[in-house]
Design a protein around this ligand. Structure first.
Ligand code: AMP
Ligand code: MG
Length: 332
């Protein structure tokens, strides 16, 4: 399923009791279901299941792992996943349910998987207002990761027919809830380290956000020079990168290196590795995508200079995996 080579039957579901129950069951089984929100149709997967989230990237043919928005059915569910301080609470209060995504620190015990967070210690959360989305999220009872339900590089879909034009045969179901009515994406605001920053303009205006923040702070944008609000290094990094150097496409392990392997092939001198993990011993790219961030974190121990990575094919999810590793290799 969701391996581009193997087509699946895409069920068209009505947003009635039976359709919603079926969609919720599929999501809880780790399958992919597109559903309407008030912004655009989202391609949903259980945000707590890294393999399900990897399926989103495969279905969309997305060449990069960027963090995904986790959709929940209310502030209480959001607070199980993220830490809401004053500004975030005010914004949630003013604009949820609605087209606002809040990026906040991961809560202790938060269950949104590291692939959905692109390995970051922050989580993007939203409570949509569309009645079908809300009913679905309540029925699932878990956060649902959902980027727009289109193939990478195509426009965001606002009807079930648009979704099918891009993803028929690649996802398990689409819940047809008619037209999405905003048609623009959610506004994204990061509330991290005491600053409030507009990361992406969208359905809620910057002025409306500034008004709610009012007395307690200022809404910074990407253009502000940060002079009055220095950011913690890496706070707005869009991806986790290991501290150790990353060496890719290795045929041989050098003394002192940790090894990140893929498939049954062993590099020469694999016995030299101070630590070794295999992203997928059978060479399954989806399993490898699901394991990528936790494997990097596990190998990236203090004192380790280099993580040596075995070759990973560029096909399918391999493109996004290699993109992340290439950046990690360059970011040193
Ligand atoms: P979308 O493509 O509409 O699902 O929006 C995803 C965008 O949300 C990402 O590209 C980020 O800009 C933002 N986002 C989601 N989660 C995070 C996070 N944890 N940290 C920073 N940005 C995030
Ligand atoms: Mg999109």
């Amino acid at each position: 399923m969701n391996d581009p080579g193997s087509m699946v039957q895409t069920d068209r579901l009505s947003p009635d009791e039976a359709g919603l129950a079926r969609a919720a069951t599929l999501l809880r089984q780790g399958r992919l279901v597109a559903f309407p929100t008030e912004t655009v149709y989202g391609l949903g997967a259980d945000a707590t299941d890294a393999s399900a989230v990897a399926g989103i990237y495969a279905a969309k043919d997305r060449p990069r792992f960027n963090p995904l928005i986790a959709h929940v059915d209310g502030l209480k569910a959001a607070q199980e996943q993220g830490v809401f301080e004053d500004a975030a609470l005010r914004l949630a209060d003013a604009f949820w349910p609605g087209p606002l995504t809040l990026v906040v620190p991961v809560a202790p015990g938060g269950t949104v998987c590291d692939l959905a967070r692109a390995g970051l210690d922050s989580v993007g959360l939203r409570v949509p207002s569309h009645p079908v989305a809300r009913a679905l999220l309540s029925a699932v009872g878990r956060p649902v990761a959902a980027p727009s339900a289109n193939r990478s590089g195509r426009v965001s879909p606002t009807t079930a027919a648009h979704v099918l034009a891009d993803l028929d045969g690649r996802i398990d179901a689409v819940l047809d809830g008619g037209s999405a009515d905003v048609g623009v994406e959610s506004t994204i605001v990061a509330c991290l380290d005491g600053t409030i920053r507009l990361l992406r303009p969208g359905g809620v205006s910057r002025e409306a956000i500034a008004q709610v923040i009012g007395g307690i702070g200022k809404v910074l944008t990407e253009d502000d020079n940060h002079a009055d609000a220095p950011l913690a290094p890496g706070m707005l990094a869009s991806h986790y990168a290991p501290r150790a150097r990353v060496r890719r496409d290795v045929a041989e392990i050098m003394p002192g290196e940790a090894a990140l392997l893929f498939g049954p092939m062993r590099p020469r001198h694999a016995e030299r590795a101070v630590a070794s993990l295999n992203l997928s011993p059978t060479g399954d790219l989806r399993e490898a995508a699901a394991a990528l961030f936790s494997a990097l974190r596990a190998l990236d121990q203090p004192g380790l200079a280099t993580i040596a990575v075995a070759p990973i094919p560029e096909a399918g999810l391999g493109e996004a995996i290699n993109d992340r590793l290439r950046r990690a290799a360059a970011e040193r």
